[in-house]
Design a protein around this ligand. Structure first.
Ligand code: SF4
Ligand code: SF4
Ligand code: SF4
Length: 348
């Protein structure tokens, strides 16, 4: 552990922690746009500047290691002035379209600016026009709103291991681009959506039908698509899923999901989805209650077992269900029906 002084208060953190992590562990807030706990590094937006006591140096808290005996101040006049200048520079290349921006309610830039008392453009606007790119079924890219924080590039390279993007250009021209500036749907992008979920502004925007509007509650659950069993939060409004969020503490997948988990759960509310059991009667499939359907399954299973013995029955389970459901099925096969004929699609 190392001890640092933050605003005169001694804080102990693990060796190797940054000043930002030290502040967070002490419940102190330092604004940042380019840092995310899922991704290493940062230091590009320079909004998290703090002042080192004694030397008076301004250092970025997100990538400066906390050293034993270090003392910093988080909110001196110099820090506030520098932070304000950084935000004004960002706004000088950022369109003020908040009212019609999909990220209006979640935009980190807007939240930090309003906390710092910046409500309008103080420097002249200077940016090349960049059209919205709608080149895949999952997300839009509106690089006119990009603040060149590089989070998407680092997340794709470091967390996903894909490397679909790199930063091109410098200064106000810096922007994430696929190789040779090719369209993202022709790149190696796997459409996992991690970059979209981390973008602090409205430059990467998930497309409907999911990821729209606010939620009245969030439900932690397991992705139903495969045996990895990623943990996620479903954002729910009026009983319908409005969005999917990863990053549940201690989850197997951290902030990552694949394209199915992130963008594929709209099937839950799809009108074509079967929501009631169907039973074939006189060659026609008819809707029945769960009690009727289960009674029919029991009757037919019992008839087979009675006529040919329990080993005439076999059960196949699925990687798309949870461990608990798989456990229950083998219990049912062995303890209720009396057969060890139970297998799982993951072994096929
Ligand atoms: S969607 Fe996933 S794979 Fe594609 S660029 Fe973003 S992080 Fe990389
Ligand atoms: S697209 Fe978003 S995450 Fe990527 S550099 Fe721009 S602002 Fe940052
Ligand atoms: S998000 Fe993708 S990898 Fe994770 S459980 Fe769902 S389908 Fe599997």
């Amino acid at each position: 552990m190392v001890g640092v002084s933050l605003n005169g208060r001694r804080v102990e953190v693990r060796e190797g922690s940054t000043l930002l992590q030290a502040a967070e562990s002490a419940g102190l807030s330092i604004p940042t746009l380019c840092y995310h706990p899922a991704v290493a590094g940062g230091g590009t937006c320079r909004v998290c500047l703090v002042e080192e006591e004694g030397s008076g140096r301004l250092v970025t808290a997100c990538d400066t290691r906390a050293e034993e005996g270090m003392a910093v101040r988080l909110d001196t006049d110099r820090v506030k002035e520098a932070r304000r200048t950084m935000l004004e520079l960002i706004f000088s290349a950022h369109p003020f379209h908040c009212e019609v921006c999909e990220s209006n309610n979640s935009c980190e830039l807007k939240k930090i600016a309003s906390r710092e008392g910046i409500s309008g453009r103080e420097l002249p606007f200077s940016q090349d026009y960049r059209p919205v790119v709608d080149a895949n079924p999952f997300y839009l890219r509106d690089l006119s709103k990009c603040i060149s924080c590089g989070l998407c590039v680092r997340a794709c390279q470091e967390v996903q291991g894909v490397g679909a993007y790199e930063m091109k250009g410098s200064g106000a021209q810096a922007h994430p681009a696929a190789s040779m500036d090719s369209p993202v749907d022709l790149s190696v992008c796997e459409f996992c959506g991690l970059c979209v979920s981390l973008c602090p502004v409205g430059a990467l925007i998930a497309k409907p039908p999911l990821h729209r509007g606010g939620e009245d509650r969030a439900v932690v659950t397991t992705c139903p698509y495969c045996g990895v069993g990623c943990c996620m939060e479903l954002l729910v409004r009026d009983g319908s899923i409005t969005g999917v969020r990863a990053g549940v503490p201690a989850s197997v997948n951290g902030y990552s999901l694949c394209v199915k988990g992130r963008f594929g759960l709209d099937f839950v509310d799809h009108p074509d989805r079967l929501t009631r059991p169907l039973l074939r009667r006189d060659g026609e499939l008819v809707e029945v209650s769960w009690d009727e359907a289960l009674d029919e399954v029991t009757r037919r299973l019992s008839a087979v077992v009675e006529e040919s013995g329990p080993d005439a029955v076999a059960f196949l389970s699925s990687a798309k269900t949870t461990n608990e459901e798989n456990y229950l099925l083998q219990k049912f096969a062995r303890a209720v029906v009396g057969t060890n004929n139970i297998d799982h699609c993951a072994r096929l």
